[in-house]
Design a protein around this ligand. Sequence first.
Ligand code: WQD
Length: 342
Amino acid sequence: MKKKVLVTGGTGYIGSHTAVELINEGYDVVIIDNLYNSEEKVLDGIEKITGVRPVLEVFDLCDHEMLGSFFSKNSDIAAVIHFAAYKAVGESVRKPLEYYRNNLVSLINILESMKKHKVPNFVFSSSCTVYGQPEKLPVTESAPLQPAVSPYGNTKQVGEEIIRDTVDADNMIKAIALRYFNPIGAHPSAIIGELPHGVPENLVPYITQTAIGIREELKVFGNDYDTPDGYCIRDYLHVVDLAKAHVVAVNRLIGGKNKAGFEVFNLGTGKGVSVMEAISSFEKVSGISLKYKVVERRPGDIEKIWADPSFANTELGWKTQSSLDVAMKTAWDWEKQIRKKS
Ligand code: WQD
């Protein structure tokens, strides 16, 4: 019998890539998503790649009653991966209560339902934003967390604390929090990828939309940082590598191989890349000369951050496989593919 994994937010960017990898690993995937920031047709893509169409239940995780009746029908779930959340940093500053309600109420509802129905394994989407600007680089999991710079970031910090306390209370639930660095790219088939609504906030979709002609030019936020070339530095990892880490985390929890009730892992490449290096990589793989202009720094931007992924490398046996160039190429292939259709 296939083991069942619930993926909340499974029609979203990282969720859909993870659904593919879970199905490839032989799991039975069930998705809950309210389609707030994604589309049902993503299921067609997942089916095209894997040959399997996951079950989708469309409702809001803040709806305690709906979630309760879902778990009553699905108490055989072996593990939950919780992606569903609001994620726009700037928007969270304008709408803090919506962010706290959505991200925290849904998390509490899920953990309560898991306890009630004795579903023991939980994987949480966390973020490198919890580190703020680290004093030492690369940053390890034991680095002190900094006060969050946005309500969004705070929901990830508080979320981790809620999970830790829940695990510590009675050890009924075991959990892994995965702190993502900067996920980019798309499935190599170009059948699924990132679908940002409106003007993209993130660098890579902005680059690909500029190259295809939807945006006039990329605004590069600052070139006077204390870094080798003056541009901000991030750790960009391919979304398929990131998706695979979730499969490893689920295997670890289901197999009882976790060493503590609550574990935290950095997911990154370990390599810092500047905005200009990211642009050069895109230009190289696409053959396009990108239109960009250096403008003021973006408020709230961290100067430089990249992961020390050695804990994930040794403990999970997980390591990123794709280079920056490969990740950029998949992002570009995806952009060309979606524009061809519409
Ligand atoms: C990357 C670099 C920008 C856009 C992300 C997520 C956030 C959190 C942490 C998950 C920065 C520069 C960008 C543009 C630019 N992730 N840039 N022009 O800020 O690292 O945050 O990771 O929880 O939710 O958004 O990613 O892609 O926005 O920026 O120059 O138009 O690109 O200044 O240096 P960031 P990003």
